[in-house]
Write a protein that binds this ligand. Structure first.
Ligand code: AP5
Length: 217
């Protein structure tokens, strides 16, 4: 199965991607995670991406599309994948369609996570990520036992630079302008399905899996 997750920053794409990808036995490919790994290890790609990420802007399409093309060419993605955070523009979506057509295949579904703006702001403001294992926590919805310490690995928790209030506001603007048009793009292809992504994480996962079952068998 070849899927993309669509939704505003903080809708829970990364959280749900873990569970859905495990359920489907496909790799979860997160462009945000790939960029952050490059930033952490100081690669040229990371240095370029950081400028945009810190400002709440999108990394240029050419850079992102080439990175995803390389990743989708790896053997583990041959039989399916779940993309989290890509595509983010109509240009990226049409590049993805072309990549898959060149491989003789196509996208099965775009799953939209629907959450109101005040809730995504609450989710982003309270998010904390582990420097050790990368697990994502939330100070209110999924708090660690000791603040700033990961229950899973004991690593230090940090707040992403782009989760500061002024950057969140910019990311939401960029989403409305550049990414929300994907809803029409995939709607016109008959591949869009939206789910209510509010409520407990496991309820959202159950809704997503139900939808995938009914659309893709
Ligand atoms: P990226 O990492 O993709 O960020 P994003 O899309 O803004 O999404 P987030 O990771 O912020 O949120 P999410 O929806 O994954 O939510 P999460 O599950 O963590 O991109 C970062 C940057 O990289 C971009 O701004 C851009 O610069 C660059 N970039 C990446 N891809 C790009 C591309 N294709 N093109 C160009 N540039 C690109 O959940 C959020 C919080 O809510 C967590 O604390 C979680 O615990 C909590 N939570 C989740 N679900 C629930 C629930 N049901 N109830 C309560 N709390 C919940």
């Amino acid at each position: 199965m070849r899927l993309v997750l669509v939704g505003p920053p903080g809708a829970g794409k990364g959280t749900q991607a873990e569970f859905i990808a495990a359920h489907l036995s496909v790799p979860k490919i997160s462009t945000g995670d790939i960029f952050r790994a490059n930033v952490a290890s100081g690669t040229p790609l990371g240095k370029e991406a950081k400028r945009y990420m810190d400002a709440g802007q999108l990394v240029p399409d050419e850079v992102t599309i080439n990175m995803v093309r390389d990743r989708l060419g790896e053997p583990d993605a041959a039989d399916g994948f779940l993309l989290d955070g890509f595509p983010r523009t109509v240009r990226q979506a049409s590049a993805l369609d072309k990549m898959l057509a060149d491989l003789g295949t196509g996208l099965d579904l775009a799953l939209e996570l629907i959450v109101e703006e005040d809730e995504v702001i609450r989710r982003l403001s309270g998010r904390r990520t582990c420097r050790g294992c990368g697990k994502v926590w939330h100070l209110e919805y999924d708090p660690p036992r000791t603040s700033d310490v990961c229950d899973r690995c004991g690593g230090e928790l940090y707040q992403r630079d782009d989760d500061k209030p002024e950057t969140i506001a910019e990311r939401l603007k960029v989403y409305a302008r550049d990414t929300a048009p994907l809803i029409d793009y995939y709607g016109a292809q008959g591949k869009l399905v939206g789910i209510d992504a509010t409520g407990p994480v496991e309820d959202v996962t159950a809704r997503a899996i139900d939808v995938l079952r009914s659309y893709c068998g």
